[in-house]
Ligand binder design. Sequence first.
Ligand code: HMG
Length: 375
Amino acid sequence: MNIGIDAIAFTTSRYLMPLEELARRRQVDYQKYCIGLGQTEMAVFPPNEDIVTLGIAAAKRAIQFVSDKDSIDLVIFATESSFDVSKSAGIYVHHFLDLSSSCRVFDIKQACYSLTAALQMAKNHVQLYPKARALVIGSDIVHYELDSAAEPTQGGGAVAIVVSANPRIMRIEPFSGLYTTDVMDFWRPVKKDEALVDGKLSTYTYMKSLEICYEQYKQLSGLDSEDLSRVCFHTPFTKMARKANNLFFSEKNIDASLLYNTIIGNSCSASLYIALISLLDNTEEDLSEKRIGLFSYGSGSMAEFFSGTIVAGYRDMLTSDDNKKMLASREHVTWQQYRDFRANKQPVPADDFYTSGDIRLEQIEEDKRIYSIRS
Ligand code: HMG
């Protein structure tokens, strides 16, 4: 049975900080950001946007392609930016999407790897229950310490994927190269809003993980680089993905998959799948029946190399024009707004700032988060 991605959609903030401005303020040569890291803009988030509002916005866009919402009996919300260590962010999504109450809903985490874990679990679920559909969401907002080397690699966004039998976008193949190792390259203790990172160790572990996973993938599948049309990577910053591509796939053009990440920044769990959407949206060549390699990396660390083939007719399932319009219509924030967004933990009154979709965080009362639909 073919199982895989039946629908996929993403969203990000309506606001951005140009890295040229960040470089000027931090007295860093802008070339370091745009050439050295391969980033030109980063998504920044107003206080009324969080992983839930982003997740709902992405999920609403993905489930427009599902004729029978009641067939969704599994929702997995993948995030490392959780504000609650007990209640699942997925419950809010389930509520605002008005999904069937006969549904299994939970959150998972393993840094940026978590959406891949969710995707593979969803695939196994559909294998057992072929009529079922699963909705998996990766939603993250990435904050590092201000004025640190990692600051220009901040960003965020959400991807929602509908997983089903006879998928209309990508069939996921059964071979996975996996690698887990205990390493302190990036972590966020519960008491902190900002991630801590050992940057050099993280880039080293990312590359080492790719080597091990890809070797295992080749052994399990009997496939090699020439069997892959393109490869998409977890993209903490686009230079990282280019270095990874150069390791084994230097003959493959990676540009189309990096267009969105260059102007969004690191969206952690969503990042690999934003790269996939960017590839599908921006590749003129028909990718039908082409095999795409996917490398997922989550610090700490867990990594996976796997692949999928693109289904003929996939273009009918894309929202490419909307994606490009959404990105082009984002507003630049001022330096003061950027700093205020970070300092302000409470939602702002009224519609001072728009969220990515029609849901906004209204208020936090007695530590309860209250969301409302924008009228
Ligand atoms: P840094 O101190 O800015 O590093 O930190 P650098 O001084 O080595 O400079 C970066 C690059 O800019 C270098 O290029 C320089 O040569 C170049 P490279 O040698 O690597 O090719 N450069 C210039 N280029 C042009 N003009 C100039 C110039 N100056 C320098 N004037 C670092 C960079 C990535 C370490 C930092 O930003 C960081 O810590 N970022 C966060 C960690 C990260 O993104 N790690 C990636 C792998 S781990 C991962 O992907 C997981 C993650 O997503 C988390 C999760 O799983 O949840 C992060």
